[in-house]
Design a protein around this ligand. Sequence first.
Ligand SMILES: C[S@@+](CC[C@H](N)C(=O)[O-])C[C@H]1O[C@@H](n2cnc3c(N)ncnc32)[C@H](O)[C@@H]1O
Length: 266
Amino acid sequence: MTTGTAAADWTVVDEGWGRRAVDFATLSEPANCREYVALHHRLGIGERDLVLDIACGAGLAVELARARGARCAGIDASGRLVAVARDRSPDSDLRVGDMHALPWADGSFDVVTSFRGVWGTTPAALGEIHRVLVPGGRVGLTVWGHLKQSPGVWALQPFRLASTAKVANQANMVSLGRPGAGEELLSRFGFVEVERISIPFAWEFPDPEGYARALAATGPAYEAIQHVGETEFFEAAVAQARERVREGLPLRAEIAVSGYLARKAS
Ligand SMILES: C[S@@+](CC[C@H](N)C(=O)[O-])C[C@H]1O[C@@H](n2cnc3c(N)ncnc32)[C@H](O)[C@@H]1O
C-alpha cells in the first residue's frame, strides 16, 4: 500500500510517494499552495508558534509556515520526499517516520497541521496529534471534500485505473470529508471547538502532458501504474486532460477540499 497506511506498513510508502520526489516537489506540490496559505491564515500561524506538519511530503507547507515566522517540524513516511523538505528548510526538524508513532514528546507543539495526510484509514494519528500538542494547542487538517460534485474531479480520475481493492481503499481514505465524519473523529479524540471550513483548492497545469507527469509522481498514481503500466496511465491522463484545454488559459481543476480547525482543551 502506498498511500495513507496503517502503522504496520508505513515503511513501504516511499516506494510509491518517493519514486519521483523531484517531480512531486516541483510539478505537483506547488499546485496545492492555495490550501497551505488558507489553512495557515485561519490558524493564525506566526512567530510564536512551533508547528508540526504531519505527512509533510516535500515540505512546501513547512517552508510557507517558516515564511510566516514559525519554527517548524515535519514528518513523512517517504525518505525521498523528506530529503527535499530538508533541502528547502535546513533549519527545521524534519523526520522520516510514521504518523501513528510520532517521535516527539507530549506537549511539544503549539500547532499541528496536516494537508490531506490524515485519512479515514488513519484515525489513530489523531491520538498522536492530541498527545504532542500543548494544552490549548491548535490543529488544522484538510481532507478531500465532495469529489463527485467538484468541477475538477476529472483530474483525479486516472487514480481509478488501480486495482479494485486499491480503488476501494482510496474511497475509504477520503471518508473524512463526509458530513460529520471529521467532527466526530476529532471530538472522539478529545479535541474541542471543532469547526469545518471550506478550503480553496485548484490544480493548474500548462498542458495535458504536464498534468500527466505531475499526477504520475503521486502515491495513488503509482497504484494505478502498478495495475495498468506506465504507458496506459500516461495516455489515459493526457486524454482526460485534452478535453479540458482552454485556449490561452491553464488547465485548471477546482476540487472540493474541507478543512477542520480544533483545539486541545486547556
Ligand atoms: C496526499 S500526500 C500529502 C503530502 C503533503 N501534505 C502535500 O500537501 O502534498 C500524503 C503523504 O502522506 C505520506 N504518508 C503516507 N502514509 C504515512 C504514514 N503512515 N506516516 C507518515 N506519512 C505518511 C506520504 O508519503 C505522502 O507524502
